[in-house]
Design a protein around this ligand. Structure first.
Ligand code: UD1
Ligand code: MG
Length: 519
């Protein structure tokens, strides 16, 4: 009975990545929204492999945990000792049932590999019915890489590692990208014949090519269109270079779909982000994770959005948002901080030096200045006065504040949760709101003002302030100045309290409401 033809993807990710000098395994270093390993797995995803095996070793637990998040269908296989790339593939194949088909092997550290390229490699390999096909590229600097050695007819003879190469071979600029397609049966057979007779004493996967060729099997080279895709990552300098290259690729793709990037060199968009056409991204902007930007939205300059949804025609200027939702036509910043579950409805406004966490701000409502909104629900068309704090935390538990629609809260309010302010209600400036304010009421919670007339002339005699007061016609002060020549009075004595007068009930009148509003 013929065996089914299966596609197996093997990703090699057991190496330490010594030159990264990191406690994090090399393949887990992040690069614009995915780890190095995540990029490789997503490049391989369209191959619709029947099984995907990831060889883990260094930091195996961390790599396994990451895999369970990003590729739960992949099977991690432990290579306890890193005895070479050939050894790693042998261990991977030992873990899956024997069978005919194609085995695609990808080094775990080539994050710029595109799905189209690995797809073309596999198609070419399967159409040619080759025993093995290697992805190769012509590079400006081949240092450290395996060289493609061809015979007089230009056919692949062997792949030679730099450290085992002679001077002529070292001069070759055609290199092995570390991405291959193999015929499963012939690969297994060749792997069993690998030696460790090389400079590193390792089993080299690349030696499979020489072995197959000597046995008269057809081996092939598939050239990558763009050598940049084959760049590996061995240290943090290379990682930074890869990040720039990927940034340019991502940015160019978005511009071609109709997104304006005003300064692509300072715009960093994760591969996982989505933007609608006519979005405009200004300079120094980072869009990360699951961020989605709607049509015509204006983002930047100086904005970082992580996992944040921005509706059409919204604007976000000089701000930082994590896990937030910004409704259509809403406006954020400059200098706002939106934290997880900050939800701004359509045309809402969060202005300057405002922090919002786990709160809904209703349609058209505004929190314009210097305010902390935590654990709150704010209705529609409400205005929150400047310098307000939603006091949500008693040191142990957190509580919610609910503000209705069309409310006008005064500047410098503390809303001590749990507390509610009803629809259409007002609160006076400087209030500490600890009790509910019913719909339509004016909530006042502050001490009355008292003016101690003549105090400056008496207590700060001879200062510029006192002279200014006298010039302004401070008659009481002048009189006190005369009295003071006889007997001096300490502040807070009966004499001071005699000076208290003119405290009138103003709230509810013109001055009471006038001082609440900040828009
Ligand atoms: C390898 C190739 C080289 C090619 C280069 C492309 C071999 C012998 N050489 O060299 O021809 O030009 O990639 O980047 O294959 N790994 C394991 N287990 C091991 C050893 C390695 O899983 O025992 C993994 C590493 O984690 C890495 C990949 O295999 O992801 C490649 O290993 P690395 O040591 O980087 O090989 P290179 O020296 O770069
Ligand atoms: Mg390498």
């Amino acid at each position: 009975m013929p065996q089914p033809h299966l596609r197996t993807v093997v990703v090699l990710a057991a190496g330490e990545g010594k030159r990264m000098k990191s406690t994090l395994p090399k393949v887990l270093h992040p690069l614009l929204g995915r780890t190095l390993l995540g990029h490789v797995l997503s490049a391989a995803a369209p191959l619709t492999a029947d099984r995907t095996v990831v060889v883990v070793g260094h930091g195996a637990d961390q790599v396994r945990a990451h895999l369970s998040e990003v590729a739960p269908d992949a099977t991690p296989v432990l290579q306890a000792e890193q005895l070479g790339t050939g050894h790693a593939v042998r261990i991977a194949l030992d873990a899956v049932p024997d069978g005919a088909g194609t085995v695609v092997v990808i080094n775990g550290d080539v994050p710029l590999l595109r799905p189209e390229t690995v797809g073309a490699l596999v198609t070419a390999h399967e159409q040619a019915a080759a025993a093995a096909t290697v992805l190769a590229a012509e590079v400006p600097d081949p240092t450290g890489l395996g060289r493609i050695v061809r015979d007089a007819d230009g056919r692949l003879e062997q792949i030679v590692e730099e450290r085992d190469a002679d001077a002529t071979q070292r001069a070759i600029r055609e290199i092995n990208a570390g991405i291959y397609a193999f015929d499963a049966v012939r690969l297994r057979e060749a792997l069993s014949k690998l030696s460790t007779d090389n400079d590193q004493g390792e089993e080299y996967l690349t030696d499979v090519f020489g072995l197959l060729r000597s046995a008269g099997e057809p081996v092939a080279v598939h050239m990558a269109d763009d050598h940049v895709e084959t760049l590996g990552c061995n240290d943090r300098v290379e990682l930074a270079t890869l990040r720039r290259l990927l940034r340019d690729r991502v940015n160019e793709a978005w511009m071609r779909t109709g997104v304006s990037l005003l300064d692509p060199a300072t715009t960093w968009i994760d591969v996982t982000v989505a933007l609608d056409r006519d979005a405009v991204v200004d300079q120094n902007t980072q869009l990360r994770g699951g961020t989605v930007v709607g049509e015509g939205a204006l983002i930047g300059p100086d904005v970082t959005l992580v996992d944040t949804i921005v509706g059409p025609d919204a604007s976000v200027v000089r701000s930082h948002a994590v896990g937030a939702e910004i409704g259509a036509g809403a406006s954020v910043g400059p200098y706002a901080y939106l934290r997880p579950a900050a939800r701004l409805a359509e045309k809402a406004k969060v202005g300057t030096f405002v922090e919002v966490k786990n709160s809904q701000i209703g349609t058209g409502s505004k929190v314009p200045h210097l305010t902390y909104v935590g654990d709150a629900t704010i209705g529609e068309q409400t205005n929150i006065g400047a310098a307000s704090v939603f006091v949500n935390y008693d040191g142990v538990n957190k509580y919610r504040t609910v503000i209705g629609s069309h409310a006008r809260t005064g500047a410098d309010n503390m809303f001590v949760a749990p507390v509610e302010v009803g629809d259409g209600a007002y609160t006076a400036a400087g209030s500490v709101i600890v009790d509910d304010v019913p719909a339509g009421a004016m909530g006042v919670a502050r001490a009355r003002q008292r003016n101690i007339e003549g105090w400056v002339v008496k207590r700060r005699a001879g200062t510029a302030a006192a002279e200014a007061a006298l010039r302004a016609g401070d008659a009481k002060g002048a009189q006190r100045a005369g009295d003071a020549k006889g007997a001096s009075v300490a502040p807070g004595t009966a004499s001071d309290s005699e000076a208290i007068h003119g405290v009138t009930e103003t709230v509810g009148g013109a001055s009471g409401t006038g001082d609440t509003a900040t828009e």
